[in-house]
Write a protein that binds this ligand. Structure first.
Ligand code: GLV
Ligand code: GLV
Length: 325
């Protein structure tokens, strides 16, 4: 058998936590890792050549051209993310390539970042921090940085998946908000379990004080939060997004924030990452973080292990555990 052994080639498009890389290296497989920064398209097309497995990052578009550049032996694309809108799923299916993601292990981290953003924008934390650093603080004031009330307010969750329901549970149990939700699938079991109420999307937008987005990006959810929908929200409402940027019409959001159509927004994701819509950074009533909701040490390690394990299973000829659709 010697000399005839199957020696898989794995291309990791960007450095991920070592624990995942080491799991693959321990197999004595050929493991190549892309550059430190975001990989260029040319480097990506070159790097995937001959790969049996690609471990991809959400900043890379994995389309027909990349799959062709890899070659017909490509068995699996293991995305280092729960979302997989960066992958051409139809093309992967046509070619019989497995696509996997990293669900569950990041649910708590993303839910916690969502809640941190909600509080940051409601309590005006980032704005007050800038003010204090700028040495503008001249002493305690009865009306200094008045924020929004949170207890007993209504939180509208758009997309009651793993992350959406974790945010709902924590906000209700921990901070006494009333929870309403919209999803394409109504889930009466979760409604009972969490004591939450289903609303049609526009009804939710009309009545929520805080709106948090937790849907996947698909052609149906692109610009789900449109200029028209921003107009039906309360002028006291806050919008939080830790899902995917294009779900909001970002230009319309900048207008809405400028005109105080809504009170504020907290965003971890952007329509054309890493570009920001002009005007966004000039607004005081918005909190911005650079797509880091799942970025905790423990979570990123678990994501790395999970992606590696998906590859190991697929290259051993079995169906990987986190296969998506
Ligand atoms: C991050 O945005 C992810 O989808 O995991
Ligand atoms: C993703 O993990 C979700 O179901 O929210």
């Amino acid at each position: 058998m010697k000399g005839n052994l199957f020696m898989p080639k794995i291309f990791i498009t960007r450095e991920i936590p070592e624990i995942g890389i080491n799991l693959l290296k321990e197999k004595n497989w050929e493991v190549n890792v892309g550059p430190e920064g975001i990989i260029s398209r040319e480097e990506l097309l070159e790097g995937v050549k001959g790969a049996d497995a690609i471990l991809s990052i959400l900043t890379e578009k994995i389309d027909k051209e990349v799959m062709s550049a890899a070659g017909p032996q490509l068995k699996i694309i293991a995305n280092y993310a729960v979302g997989y809108d960066n992958i051409d799923m139809a093309e992967a299916k046509k070619r019989g390539i497995f696509v996997t993601n990293t669900p569950d292990v990041l649910t708590e981290a993303v839910a916690e970042h969502t809640i941190a953003l909600l509080f940051a924008v409601a309590e005006r934390i980032a704005e007050a921090d800038r003010y204090t650093r700028a040495k503008k603080f001249k002493g305690w004031g009865p009306k200094l940085f008045l924020g929004a009330d949170i207890k007993d307010k209504t939180l509208g969750i758009v997309g009651l998946g793993r992350i959406g329901s974790e945010v709902a549970r924590r906000m209700q149990n921990g901070f006494d908000l009333k929870i309403i939700y919209y999803d394409v699938y109504r889930n009466e079991e979760l409604e009972k379990k969490f004591n939450i109420e289903y609303k049609e999307l526009d009804d939710l937008l009309k009545s929520a004080d805080f709106i948090s987005l937790h849907t996947a990006l698909t052609p149906e959810t692109q610009h789900l939060i449109s200029a028209e929908r921003l107009k039906i929200m309360k002028s006291s409402a806050y919008l939080i997004n830790t899902s995917r940027g294009p779900i909001i019409d970002e230009k319309a959001l900048v207008e809405a924030l400028k005109n105080k159509t809504i009170s504020g927004a907290a965003l971890d994701v952007f329509e054309n990452e890493p570009e920001l819509t002009p005007g966004l950074t000039e607004l005081e009533n918005v909190v911005l973080t650079p797509h880091i909701a799942s970025a905790t040490k423990g979570t990123r390690d678990k994501m790395a292990e999970m992606a590696a394990q998906n590859i190991i299973t697929a290259l051993n000829g079995q169906t990987p555990p986190n296969l998506v659709k």
